[in-house]
Every structure is written in C-alpha cells, then in structure tokens.
Design a protein around this ligand. Structure first.
Ligand code: PEP
Ligand code: MN
Length: 364
C-alpha cells in the first residue's frame, strides 16, 4: 500500500504520519521521488481500510493498494517513478537507470591471472566500458570444472581496479564470502543459479552494496522480482536486474533463449534498472554483437559482455567470449546506436585504441 502526500505537506506532518503508522502492524517507509513524496507500507495491509489512513491527515492525496506480491520492487510502490542505482567507482559515479546513459560491463568469465585481468581491464576501458567483470568464485555444472581462483582472484580484481579505475563486479555464491567480496567489488553479482538462494539474497541485501541480480535459469519474471524483493526488504534499494537467457527445449544452436521482451515487460512492472547479458544468453560469441544491438534497441539500461584475451584458451565460457578486437569493434557500433536512443555516454565518446590492443591476443 502507498500513501501519496500532497505537494505542500510540511515535513513534520510526514514524520507525524510515519510515527502513527509505526503503531500499526505495518512498516512505513518514506520515499522521496522527483515529483511526489510517498509513504510505502509493507506488512499486514489487507486489514487496513484506505479511509482509515485518509482520515489521518488532510495532506494525504490518495492511498493506493499494491496488488502484486512484490511490493518494494513494484512500479506502483514508487508511484510510477523509475529508480536510478548510482555506483561509486574510482573513475567516478555511474548511474544505472531508464533515464541514464547506457552502462557497459565487460570482462572475462573468470579471473585467470594478473596479466590477463589487468590487460582485459585496460582493453575494455579503452573501448568504453565503465565496469570490469570477472569471476573469482564460479558456479560450474561439474565439480571437476575450474571453480575459480577464489580469494587470490579478488586481489587481482583489486589490482585491475587500481590500475584502471574501473568499477568491479564479481559473483558471490556463498554467504560466508559476502564480506570479503564486498571489500573489492563495487557491485555484487548474484548468479542465475543462486537467484532463489534466499539466505544469500538477505545477506547481500544487508551489505547495502549495489547488487546485480541475474534471472534464474527458468525463473518466471514474478519469481525474479520476488527475489529482488528479498534484497529490497533487507534494506538495500540498489538492485539491478540482469536477463541472461532462459532455458528452452532447443539448445542446439544457442545456450539459452535471450528474452528481450523482459525489457518492455519489466518497465510496466518495476522501477528497477535492467541489464542484458548477451554472452550467457547466446553462448556463442558470433551472436553476441547482434543481440547487444537488439538489447539497446529494446531499451536496456546496461550491458554485460564477456571478453577474453584468448577465448580459445579460456578456463570458462571461451566460446561465448569476444576477443578484444571484436569487443572494440562492437563498442564502435554501440556508440551511434546508444546516441540514437539518447543513451550516449562520456566513456563511449572517448573510445581509444589502447596500447595493449595492438597485441595479437589470438596467439597467446
Ligand atoms: C557469469 O556471469 O559468469 C555466470 C556464471 O552467469 P550466470 O549466473 O548468468 O550463468
Ligand atoms: Mn561466464
């Protein structure tokens, strides 16, 4: 339920209403939007009659019942205003949101060694990315597959962050690792396989750090938003949703099916920012550029693309990783498209050929 306040409501009146609501069986939360101040109510609201609330103050414009099972994640909860998630990086603040420039996250599936992660960071930065991705803890189908270098990989991510100033995003799989990962990462990634790991969602929610929440392998949009609700309910408003493809009966040609329709659908349901990951969605690097362009046209706020200096030798997800030169070419194409959709970014204006770009990565 939300209580919409009139424009001329004195702050003291809002405080008074919140104090009064605190005595009810609900949790009131003040949400100051660009246009309106709204008090969100979560809890046993079914028993509350709108008239009861209305009688509390002449400054209440209206009360609206949020019928969806997810409350804080719903667009209604913010009275139709889309949220911006601002992430502080060494190079400055980066905004994720419907009204912000396109954000690009790029990097290898796994952090393999210092040289590869630092060089990849330099390459993706030069091409216009603002975040470096790279897994230290990897969720692998086989227990015999490379599991990630763990803590030592976190140190390498910290080095890459220091050298390039890029923000870092890396996956957290276990509640026990949240604190140490949060020391290095600017954004915590919850992977598809952990989308409904509710203990993990509560724990990353408690850090207050921005969280990229990937859609589960076969999660419905509602299940995904309910998972986001766990993070929001833990007091962390900084959630970014990431579509990475869903399972289908046909895995012959693509690893998953990229559900680009989530972009317009989510816009009707939630205020949270959206990222599209065309790499895990297609599983094949040759399809990544086309789906990247499609994602921008669909209106995504951000992209997450896997890039590896030598995909043939990658310890994980080589077939879907772009080579540095391919990523640079893609980013040159992204620039005019982002501008066309009024999503141009400063980092895309300043694309340069990095020193390391001249190296022949295919021969490493
Ligand atoms: C990843 O980003 O490397 C990853 C494992 O992604 P997902 O959880 O989408 O499979
Ligand atoms: Mn991967």
């Amino acid at each position: 339920m939300i209580v919409v306040m009139k424009d001329d409501t004195p702050p003291s009146e809002i405080e008074r209403i919140i104090n009064e609501l605190n005595n009810w069986d609900v949790v009131p939360e003040k949400l100051a939007g660009k246009n309106k101040i709204v008090i969100g109510l979560v809890g046993e609201t079914a028993a509350i009659k709108s008239e009861h609330i209305q009688q509390m103050s002449p400054f209440i414009e209206e009360t609206i019942r949020v019928k969806k099972p997810y409350k804080r994640a719903s667009l209604e909860f913010r009275y139709g205003e889309y949220s911006t998630v601002t992430v502080a990086t060494p190079n400055g603040k980066v905004d994720f949101g419907k009204d912000s420039p396109l954000v690009v996250i790029a990097g290898p599936c796994s952090v393999e060694n210092e040289e590869m992660i630092v060089e990849t960071a330099q390459v993706v930065k030069a091409a216009g990315a603002q975040f470096l991705r790279g897994g230290a803890y990897k969720p692998r189908t086989s227990p015999y597959a490379f599991q990630g270098h763990g803590e030592s990989a976190l140190d390498l991510l910290a080095t890459a962050r220091e050298v390039t100033g890029l923000g870092i995003i890396t996956e957290v799989m276990d509640t026990a690792d949240v604190e140490k990962i949060a020391k290095v990462a600017d954004i915590l990634q919850v992977g598809a396989r952990n989308m409904q790991n509710f203990s993990l969602l509560k724990k990353v929610g408690a850090t207050g750090k921005p969280v990229l929440l990937k859609r589960g392998l076969s999660a419905t949009i509602e299940e995904w938003l309910m998972a986001a609700e766990y993070i929001l309910a833990s007091g962390n408003p900084n959630v970014i949703l990431c579509e990475r493809g869903i399972r289908s009966f046909d895995r012959q040609h693509t690893r998953n099916v990229l559900d680009l329709s989530v972009v317009p659908v989510l816009r009707t349901l939630t205020h949270l920012p959206i990222t599209i990951d065309p790499s895990h969605a297609t599983g094949k690097s040759q399809y990544v550029p086309t789906m990247t362009m499609g994602a921008i046209a669909a209106g995504t706020d951000s992209l997450m693309v896997e890039v590896h200096p030598n995909p043939a030798k990658a310890l994980s997800d080589g077939p879907q990783s772009l080579k540095p030169q391919e990523f640079q070419k893609l980013m040159l194409e992204v620039k005019p498209l982002a501008q066309f959709f009024s999503r141009g970014t400063k980092s895309l204006q300043n694309q340069t050929l990095s020193q390391s770009m001249t190296k022949d990565y295919s021969k490493i």
